[in-house]
Design a protein around this ligand. Structure first.
Ligand code: GDP
Length: 459
């Protein structure tokens, strides 16, 4: 493995192009030598290498008697810097040519060009940040919306690290107990020797499996919601499902008609409400029918209800409830009940609907009365669905969590089938090694480089 921290690297850390300022970052043992050689202070004339950490001063960059630019030079002394090494940052005028000339002078003085993400990679190697926190830096830079940014920031705060650390600590403690017991293989009584019971072993492994499942499932669902939270509009024919879809999407994609049973297929639309995107399915009306095409539509609607994260169960407020409405109620107890056509005289048994659903919205798809309440109810339900989907950020972390979970599931099954506990200890150790990879406590050079290749140069 190449030890990057023994040489000195430099790069322009701001976007390359036309801009107000460019920041050149240098990290490594030669950083202060470079600063001493190139910097000529205006009001402060002592050498940058003599400054305290976190100091900066205004001056000129002069190389081989040639004036290159004015600058603000900042020094960070190891270990109190981004990388944990001596770091110098030079803020100069932006522009490719001018900043490039200064960078070339720095290279001339024996510094090499930084690889993409190498500053952050060194920070990980020097223990300034964890691997998962470093990965979050890529996501903060790449965030295009509020939700993505929030996830990346929570990763940067070490939320995933804390979750995994708690699992690792409990497994390590269990392993230590098993180790004590293994020293007395002839003694059957694990509880009196190692202070752990069979129940305790079972609980620790199962709790670990549950936490890892929650994290992995959250990621899978998080990936799904990136393409839109599935939202299904269900109800018998003619209650106003297509009208609600149209109202929500402000697009005439569904056919709105007076003839019951026209929406035979599931119609799909993508809509954005606030910060979230939804894939909205306007289903065929669910009702008893002998028409084979409508029967297919009804079956498809039932499937969509069971798959959707959010269901709107729509009822026609101007009519009394009937058998088809009862069928819908039976299929959608966790739905948001929408009593539509509130602009017409009401005949529906409101009290009955209230007794069957927790969330009810009265709406007129015709006048849009109640639309704000509907959007608020959808958003509230979405927040619950989205919570916890943002702890694992990428495929690498997901695959580690899933592998560790699989190993622990196998361990639990094999203990159940009579596997000796010392052999179970070996399996637990391998799960711990995977978890250590996940948070990057002992990342191999290949793993770290593959992650940091996705960074921009200068970060
Ligand atoms: P779907 O079969 O459930 O998709 O129902 P549609 O959206 O096709 O609507 C059926 C009929 O009810 C159409 O004539 C709509 O114009 C009408 N409709 C839908 N929503 C409302 C509403 O809020 N008020 C009134 N008065 N009519 C509505």
């Amino acid at each position: 493995m190449k030890v990057f921290s023994i040489d000195t690297i430099a790069a322009i850390s701001t976007p390359i192009g036309y801009g107000g300022i460019a920041v050149i970052r240098i990290s490594g043992s030669r950083s202060f030598f470079i600063a001493d050689t190139l910097f000529c202070g205006i009001s402060r004339t002592d050498k940058p290498s003599d400054w305290d950490g976190y100091s900066c001063a205004y001056g000129k960059i002069i190389y081989k008697d040639e004036f290159l630019d004015e600058c603000i030079l900042s020094v960070y002394k190891k270990p109190r810097s981004y990388t944990g090494e001596d770091v110098v940052e030079i803020s100069v005028h932006g522009g490719i040519y001018s900043a490039g000339r200064i960078l070339k002078a720095i290279y001339d003085l024996g510094v090499r060009s930084a690889l993409p993400g190498e500053f952050t990679e060194i920070a990980v190697i020097n223990g300034k940040t964890t691997l998962t926190q470093a990965e979050a830096v890529i996501d903060i830079i790449a965030s295009k919306g509020e939700t993505e940014l929030r996830s990346a920031l929570s990763m940067r705060e070490g939320v995933l690290y804390k979750e995994i650390k708690a699992v690792s600590d409990s497994l390590t403690k269990l392993l230590a107990g098993l180790g004590v017991w293994a020293d007395y293989p002839d003694d059957e009584d694990i509880e009196s020797i190692a202070g752990i019971s069979q129940k305790n072993i079972h609980n620790v492994i199962n709790n670990a499996i549950n936490t890892l499942s929650k994290l992995a499932d959250g990621y899978s669902f998080g990936q799904l919601i990136k393409s839109g939270i599935p939202l299904c509009i269900a109800g018998k024919p003619n209650v106003g499902k297509s009208s609600i879809m149209n109202m929500l999407s402000k697009a005439e994609k569904s056919i709105v008609t007076d003839i019951p049973g026209t929406t035979r297929d599931v119609i799909e639309n993508e809509i954005r409400l606030g910060d979230l995107v939804y894939r909205v399915f306007d289903t065929a009306g669910i009702h008893e029918t002998h028409d084979p095409i409508e029967q297919t539509g009804t079956a498809l609607a039932k499937k969509k209800i069971s798959e959707a994260e959010i269901v709107l169960a729509v009822f026609d407020g101007s009519r009394e409830l009937d058998k088809s409405d009862e069928d819908i109620i039976g299929l959608s107890s966790n739905a948001i009940a929408v009593i539509n056509k509130s602009d017409l005289p009401q005949k529906i048994n409101n009290e009955y609907i209230k007794s069957r659903y927790k969330h009810i919205v009265e709406l007129s798809a015709k006048t849009s009365d109640g639309l704000d309440e509907l959007i608020a109810a959808i958003s509230k339900q979405s927040k619950r669905a989205v919570a916890g989907t943002d702890i694992i950020l990428n495929e690498r972390q997901y695959s580690c969590a899933k592998r560790a979970k699989d190993v622990l599931t196998e361990t639990a099954e094999r203990i159940e089938a009579g596997l000796p506990l010392d052999a179970a200890g070996v399996l637990i150790e391998s799960a711990l090694a995977i978890l250590s990879d996940l948070v990057g406590e002992s990342p191999t050079a290949a793993v770290t480089r593959s992650i940091f290749e996705n960074f921009c140069v200068g970060k």
